[in-house]
Ligand binder design. Structure first.
Ligand code: AHG
Ligand code: MN
Ligand code: MN
Length: 341
């Protein structure tokens, strides 16, 4: 018999399945396919979590010996996470096409299986350089409706702007396993209770706090930033009557840095610099899904000059500068860039 400490200490116990289903009921035209797709992502999260929480024991630490399309060393868990998500979704008949950070091209659905109306883009393991140091890592996902009509999905289905997102979210594999998602009606967070293997509602209706606490940027690159971004950083640190009292927190896992700022208030920025003139983060499976979450939670995300969600993607692995968090902090970054760069 489960004691209360094992499940949820008080109040109603709401599983992610029930939450997704209730969200679907708000759309009479819904067919339940998106609900099932979100279930599959939660299941993929459970499987990946089972690997990340014992990575040191099951010899999945370290490099996979491959280099991905980004030219980055693939970690074993990158590959495991990628295979988990593709194998959970490639036969269900819910998707027309997928795309992953770990695959150079789109991932077509085999002719042996039916295609569906959704498109799934994902970063199977975000922050993978942190795996060997037991720093939280995550998965980021973005769901669109296919634009192509019939047959296998095509690249254009994966190059839709963030404004067209149907749902998006992320998982964090850290001190606990958390799934945060939005299907366009606000943001909710679910914590995995390993004793029952269920994601239980732990963060209903997430809203970014008005009064921010943190800023997150890799200041090791500060000398490579533009004048505007260096001035913005000094403003954030309180120079010239700027924003006092923001603490610097940066772990180098986008999902973990973003999540902290979403819950506590703050801004994360990974600007373009003279080494990464387009920025480092990827538009389609890092910036757009988190920008969707940020806006659904009352925040904002920009590439420094315009909303991330308005950018028309040109390439699957297109990179972008990213400023994301409290709207006024992100708009202040846009102002410093406009006035100084
Ligand atoms: P990924 O592991 O999916 O390649 O993402 C890593 C990204 C992101 O998680 C993080 O914000 C950023 O890389 C950290 O980059 P730096 O180490 O250059 O700060
Ligand atoms: Mn990533
Ligand atoms: Mn990744």
């Amino acid at each position: 018999m489960l004691n209360s400490a094992q499940v949820v200490t008080s109040g109603p116990i709401i599983t992610i399945e029930r939450h997704i289903l209730e969200g679907q009921l708000a759309h009479p035209e819904a067919t339940g396919v998106l609900t099932s797709l979100l279930y599959d992502i939660a299941l993929a999260g459970k499987v990946i979590a089972s690997q990340t929480t014992r990575a040191g024991l099951v010899q999945v630490l370290g490099k996979a010996g491959e280099v991905n399309v980004q030219g980055e060393e693939q970690m074993k868990l990158d590959v495991i996470a990628d295979q988990t998500i593709t194998r959970l979704n490639d036969h269900t008949g819910r998707l027309a096409v997928m795309a992953s950070e770990e695959h150079p091209d789109i991932i077509n659905i085999s002719a042996n299986y039916p295609t569906g109306k959704y498109v799934l883009l994902f970063d199977p393991l975000d922050g993978s350089s942190n795996i060997d140091y037991t720093i939280p890592v995550g998965t980021i996902f973005a769901i669109y409706q296919r634009q192509s009509t019939g047959g296998p999905g095509v690249l254009e289905d994966c190059l839709q702007p963030g404004r067209k997102l149907v749902a998006a979210g992320y998982l964090i594999y850290g001190s606990s396993t958390l799934l945060v998602y939005s299907a366009g009606n606000g943001v909710a967070g679910f914590t995995l209770d390993p004793s029952v293997g269920e994601f239980l509602l732990s963060h209903p209706n997430i809203r970014i706090p008005e009064n921010p606490r943190y800023y997150s940027a890799n200041q090791g690159y500060q000398l490579r930033w533009s004048k505007g971004i260096q001035a913005y950083t000094r403003w954030i640190q309180g120079e010239d009557g700027g924003r006092k009292g923001l603490s610097l927190r940066y772990v180098g896992s986008l999902v973990a840095d973003f999540h902290r700022n979403l819950l506590a208030g703050g801004v994360f920025y990974y600007p373009a610099d003279n080494k990464n003139p387009q920025g480092k983060l990827r538009l389609q499976y890092e910036a757009n899904p988190l920008a969707f979450i940020a806006e659904q939670a009352g925040g904002y995300a920009s590439n420094g000059t315009r909303p991330i969600l308005d950018v028309q993607p040109e390439r699957l692995h297109q990179r972008t500068p990213l400023f994301i968090g409290n709207r006024f902090l992100v708009e202040k970054a846009e102002e410093f860039i406009r006035l100084n760069d």
